[in-house]
Design a protein around this ligand. Structure first.
Ligand code: HEM
Length: 461
């Protein structure tokens, strides 16, 4: 392909010799990306070390990369350091696999997230939530403070175990969550150094910690598989994975691939839902007008009873609260791809091996689509306002063939939990507790979210 624009780069920050913009990304990635978008616009170029990065912010270019020309954009990078840290934990699971393996596994896994199938899972979401609410009653009675972010991580882990694998992982939830927190921090430090060819080694203490994370997660995943085998097959996702046979060879999924898929689904299924719920409680507690409207909807539709899948279409405001939270704190805050062959975007050549970055977090803060974007206002997701926006200006679950396989399941889970907890308790923020985003692979609240719990109606569960 001939070079367009004489091989010139789109506008963007120059950064420092050798390291490019590394220090700015390192210090505060979210501010960096929002700042460069505000300064340079829809197509931005910068370097981190020798790695060229194209940061795209226009819905048409995003559609081009993720949907229309998706086969020219790989999920994996060619960075050995990045791959060496991701590889041992995620292996060849759905989040990271490519080509024929990805296609086969996606075909196998996708039916488990079909709307009819997920409808049957709603009681596996509401039952662990009822158990959590029971334990909260004692805490509320004593007037104690709790970290609601941690509670949400534990709840979403239990739900992943029940819904996808039909296994109770309550006993492992703290160990898994702690290991994930440490693992993500180490992983993040490495992503931020991505592309640097200086002799930056994995310090041995960090390596040891990472190995411990790996062992803890492996142990949990193998326990899930063993427990599932003990119970025998049911109609859960893990059973379908175990029973699936290749159409041509008749072979089943190997042990290693099974481990990888369980690990990928466990991580993708809880490390997203947990932080989203945490931010929902934070936003509701700091916006009493929105909270009141939510309570009114819950009272009129549910009147204190436990929600079911069939109630969800009648809870539109509950859904709008979730959508607005995902605009501001999308756990998948960046999506990246490696360019396979030279391509053209916005009149510029995007060379092979470059990285293309797309950020749902930055898209959610663009003044062109969102008036006063920092304001939390679920009304933005009313049908009339949604119809006025370009479809690809809001993509918390990505788009195209590699979009989130669990999107409908995630929305159902969030809506059921919000409806249940919202009827039973009002979490109030503890004054003076710092709220800060920790930019990991997802967006966790760095210091948790400390609240006191205030019971609403005894009947609501
Ligand atoms: C609020 C919740 C969630 C959000 C915001 C979210 C977001 C995303 C995003 C942005 C991607 C990557 C899209 C891309 O690279 O183009 C993704 C992929 C994925 N998500 Fe989710 N996700 C959520 C919940 C879940 C849940 C509950 C599950 C499973 C139980 C799940 C499983 C996956 C998997 C397996 C992939 C990889 C799909 C593939 O590459 O074929 N996610 N998700």
């Amino acid at each position: 392909m001939p070079r367009i624009n004489n091989g010139k780069y789109p506008p963007g920050p120059l950064g420092l010799p050798f390291i490019g913009v590394l220090l700015r990304v390192w210090r505060d990635p979210l501010h960096f990306f929002v700042d460069v978008y505000r300064k340079y616009g829809e197509l931005i170029h910068f370097k981190i070390g020798p790695q060229h990065i194209y940061f795209i912010n226009h819905p048409d270019s995003i559609k081009h990369v993720l949907q229309d020309n998706h086969s020219n954009y790989r999920r994996r990078t060619s960075d050995r350091k990045f791959e060496s840290i991701l590889g041992p934990i995620l292996g060849q699971g759905l989040l990271v696999s490519e080509g024929e393996l990805w296609r086969r596994q996606r075909r196998l896994i996708q039916p488990a997230f079909h709307p009819q199938r997920i409808a049957s899972l709603s009681s596996k979401i509401t039952t662990p939530t009822i158990a959590m609410l029971e334990s909260w009653r004692a805490i509320a009675g004593r007037g104690e403070q709790i970290d609601i972010a941690e509670e949400m991580m534990h709840l979403s882990l239990r739900i992943v175990g029940q819904t996808l694998f039909n296994v109770d992982i309550s006993d492992d939830k703290e160990a898994i969550n702690r290991a994930m927190g440490i693992g993500l921090e180490i992983f993040n430090r490495h992503v931020q150094r991505m592309g640097i060819r200086l002799p930056l080694r994995f310090p041995s203490s960090e390596k040891r910690r990472y190995q411990q994370v790996h062992q803890t997660l492996d142990k949990a995943v193998y326990r899930i598989i063993a427990e599932h085998r003990r119970h025998g097959p049911t109609n859960d996702l893990l059973s379908s994975l175990m029973q699936a046979r290749d159409k041509e060879t008749g072979e089943g999924i190997g042990e290693r691939q099974l481990r990888d898929e369980v690990m990928n689904l466990m991580i993708a299924g809880y490390e997203t839902i947990g932080p989203t719920l945490a931010w929902i409680w934070y936003l509701l507690a700091s916006h009493p007008d929105v909270e009141r409207r939510l309570h009114a909807e819950l009272a009129s539709v549910l009147g204190g009873r436990v929600p079911t899948f069939d109630d969800l279409p009648n809870l539109p405001y509950t859904r709008m609260v979730i959508e607005e939270t995902l605009r501001l704190y999308s756990p998948g805050w960046f999506i990246f791809r490696t360019v396979v062959r030279d391509d053209e975007i916005g009149g510029y050549t995007i060379p092979a091996k470059s990285i293309v970055l797309i950020s749902p977090y930055v898209l959610g803060r663009q003044n062109v689509y969102w008036e006063n974007p920092e304001r939390f206002n679920p009304e933005r997701f009313s049908p009339s306002q949604t119809a006025e926006r370009p479809r690809f200006a809001y993509i918390p679950f990505g788009i195209g063939p590699r979009a989130c396989v669990g999107a409908s399941f995630a929305l159902m889970e969030l809506q059921l939990i919000l409806a249940q907890v919202g009827q039973a308790f009002r979490p109030k923020l503890v004054a003076g507790h710092p709220i800060e985003i920790q930019t990991l692979f997802t967006l966790r609240p760095r210091h948790g979210i400390l609240v006191t719990l205030h019971e609403r109606h005894r009947k609501a569960a």
